[in-house]
Each structure stands twice: as C-alpha cells, then as structure tokens.
Design a protein around this ligand. Structure first.
Ligand SMILES: [Zn+2]
Length: 134
C-alpha cells in the first residue's frame, strides 16, 4: 500500500528516515497498522500528484515537494542532476559578453532550459554579476 507520511520527523520506516509529505510503500510489517491508526501515515488517495526527488530518490506529494526541496538543500550536497533535453550551449568556458551579436551563436532554448539557478559572471573585472535563471 502506498501511503503519505503525515507525521514527519523522528521516525524511520525500515531504516528509511521519513519526513512529512514523503510517499512510501508499506511492506507488510507488524507495525504498519499502527502507523495508520496513529496517523503517522495515511493512504495515498488515488489521483494525488506525486513528484520524484532526484536528490534523495524519494517520492513526495506535490504540495509538499517544494518544501522538501527547500529544506533538504540537495543542491548543496552535490552535483544537481538535470533530466530532459541537454543544452547544446557549451557549459565552459564562461561566456563573456563583449559582443552582443555573439548571442546568436547559441540560440536560447526555453523548452530545454534547466530549472536550477545559474550564476553568470559577465565581466571578470566584476562590474556586473547576475544570479538566477531566466
Ligand atoms: Zn529529496
């Protein structure tokens, strides 16, 4: 049975530390029923939107997924894994915008843009530093 963690923090399921909003599969342990009767978890309702977190490999209900990402800070733990189409634009060396016309070399691809924040230093001398994606 797939369930959603209602009471998060301070307990684990089969050595897996859980948190509020995490979707887990009950495996038929003796205590499974207690988890339900004491409202540690509740059955995942059909049609509930679930998001997979690449950072820890766990599933979360949509409404609490962002909160999980903000709290877990997987982006600080290591390289961010980005799925989907790859950027054709080279990642390095860093682009220096001396000639605005050069932009046409690498057409922007809004569809394939990564959702991770980017840091772009436009001038090594340090006149302008822009953070964040489009
Ligand atoms: Zn995660």
């Amino acid at each position: 049975m797939r369930v959603v963690v209602i009471k998060g923090g301070g307990w684990s399921y089969a050595t897996l530390p859980v948190e509020k909003g995490m979707v887990i599969e009950l495996r038929g342990f003796l205590n499974d029923r207690k988890l339900l009767t004491h409202s540690y978890v509740e059955e995942l309702e059909e049609g509930t939107r679930v998001r997979h977190c690449d950072g820890c490999g766990q599933d979360f209900v949509e409404e609490l997924y962002q909160a999980h990402r903000a709290r877990a800070r997987h982006d600080l733990a290591g390289p961010v894994v980005v799925d989907g189409p790859q950027l054709k634009r080279p990642v390095s060396p860093p682009k220096v915008d001396l000639d605005p016309d050069k932009d046409s070399e690498w057409p922007l691809e809004p569809e394939g843009s990564p959702t991770v924040p980017t840091v772009e230093e436009e001038h090594p001398g340090g006149t302008r530093v822009r953070m964040g994606g489009s």
